[in-house]
Design a protein around this ligand. Structure first.
Ligand SMILES: Cc1cc2nc3c(=O)[nH]c(=O)nc-3n(C[C@H](O)[C@H](O)[C@H](O)COP(=O)(O)O)c2cc1C
Ligand SMILES: C=C(O[C@@H]1CC(C(=O)O)=C[C@@H](OP(=O)(O)O)[C@H]1O)C(=O)O
Length: 381
């Protein structure tokens, strides 16, 4: 079974992960992983931290001559900001006023360390850097299996009536117009971020990701915890700030006749007439493009004051601000890709369960041949 654990605090020495269960003989190019880490750091609306960090991964186990060996893989990312934090005094880093929407208060309810900084450090989305590195390794394997993943920002600050594509490389295409509001250009995205920043406010929004080449038959309806839609949405919901996940377009409200994807034969092959299901039916992948949408709430660190409390004085207080992103929808889209990469590879290995590249490719091939044979033979269904 493919699994990983990660560790590390936002301003500690760094982040690390141990990824176990990779089949042997898959090439892993560290440059490709670093490119993904760089993509995750970009995006208009990021705060000062991203000017300090320049993420790159060190892989200290699990690779030989650039290929997986089947051994556990250990990944490390250093925090450059550690140099600025390590000499800070306890008073400087002490926090007793929780930010509404962040993990400051709930973490203290649970761990009771007496300093909210401890919750802030581990709950931070800094952790998504190492999750992206893990997912980038999985992407390397998926590439060999013919699976590719892309993402884009769908809309800013959660307005369901704006449907735009904002790719992290800056391309911006309108895919559907709304009479209410249309974000036409990247400049408009930037203007919205600038205005939120000026007002001391923050923004959330929707991102979209698609996976091509996903083989039919991942996941299962045999038990609730094996359903692919449940597995993917649980993992995506675990990303810091994500509050809604949809398999298929959540904005497409339609009747059954409009919604459900027809099944037809074309040249002896089963073909779907549309893909509103987003690639999963009955908890199992149907071989269509896998399409997911995630909504991120607005960033909780705001200059604008919200009601809060001071746990030290036990009095009401304005909320406190600390250095922050205004919006993180662009990096979120990259994180979503990598969370999907890990989960998809895990499900592929759960389904085809092989220990090396050659046997895994052969097992996938057997399934494809078998499905092809059924299509040819079974004209009666
Ligand atoms: C890539 C990324 C960057 C983020 N940057 C910030 C930030 O700078 N400031 C902040 O307060 N929250 C930021 N967040 C969101 C918080 O981490 C998140 O709201 C918090 O962990 C609580 O989320 P939850 O209620 O979904 O667990 C970021 C999230 C992501 C995915
Ligand atoms: C460090 C990252 O994101 C951080 C996530 C985050 C939060 O509260 O979640 C708060 C900010 O950190 P800082 O308090 O150091 O400015 C973001 O920069 C990153 O994405 O690598």
């Amino acid at each position: 079974m493919l699994r990983f654990l990660d560790a590390g605090e936002s301003h500690g020495r760094g982040l690390c992960a141990v990824l176990e269960g990779l089949p042997a003989n898959f090439p892993v190019n560290i440059e490709n992983i670093n490119k993904e880490l760089e993509r995750r750091q970009k995006g208009y609306g990021r705060g000062g931290r991203m000017k300090i960090e320049k993420d790159s991964v060190e892989i200290i186990s699990g690779l030989s001559e650039g290929k997986t060996t089947g051994a556990p893989m250990t990944l490390l990312i250093q925090n450059r900001d550690y140099e600025n934090w390590r000499l800070k005094s306890q008073e400087e880093t002490f926090v007793s006023i929780p930010r509404p929407g962040h993990a400051d208060l709930t973490g203290e309810y649970k761990y009771a360390t007496g300093n909210l900084r401890n919750s802030i450090e581990r709950s931070s989305a800094r952790e998504t850097a190492i999750r992206t590195a893990v997912g980038a390794v999985c992407k390397e394997v998926l590439k060999e299996l013919g699976v590719t993943i892309r993402s884009k920002v769908q809309t800013l600050y959660g307005l369901n009536d704006t449907f735009c594509d904002l790719f992290d490389d800056g391309l911006y295409d309108l895919i559907e117009k709304s009479p209410m509001r249309v974000l036409r250009h990247q400049e408009e995205f930037m203007a919205l971020v600038d205005s939120a920043k000026k007002n001391g406010d923050s923004l959330g929004g929707w991102v979209y990701a698609s996976c091509e080449g996903v083989m039919k038959g991942l996941g299962s309806f045999m038990h609730y915890d094996r359903r692919l839609d449940g597995i993917l949405s649980g993992a995506l919901m675990s990303i810091q700030g994500v509050k809604q996940v949809s398999i298929g377009n959540p904005f497409y409200i339609a009747t059954g006749a409009m919604y459900h994807d027809g099944i037809t034969y074309e040249d002896g092959k089963i073909v779907r007439t549309s893909n509103h299901a987003g690639g999963i039916e009955g908890g199992i992948s149907n071989g269509e493009q896998l399409e997911v949408y995630c909504y991120m709430k607005p960033i909780p660190s705001l200059l604008l004051k919200l009601p809060s409390i001071d746990l030290k004085t036990r009095k009401n207080s304005d909320s406190r601000y600390e250095r922050s992103d205004v919006t993180a929808v662009v990096p979120l889209s990259i994180v979503v890709e990598h969370v999907l990469a890990f989960e998809l590879l895990k499900e592929i290995l759960n389904t085809f369960s092989r220990d090396n590249k050659e046997e895994l490719l052969a097992a996938i091939e057997v399934r494809k041949i078998r499905i092809g044979e059924i299509y040819e033979k079974t004209t009666d269904y």
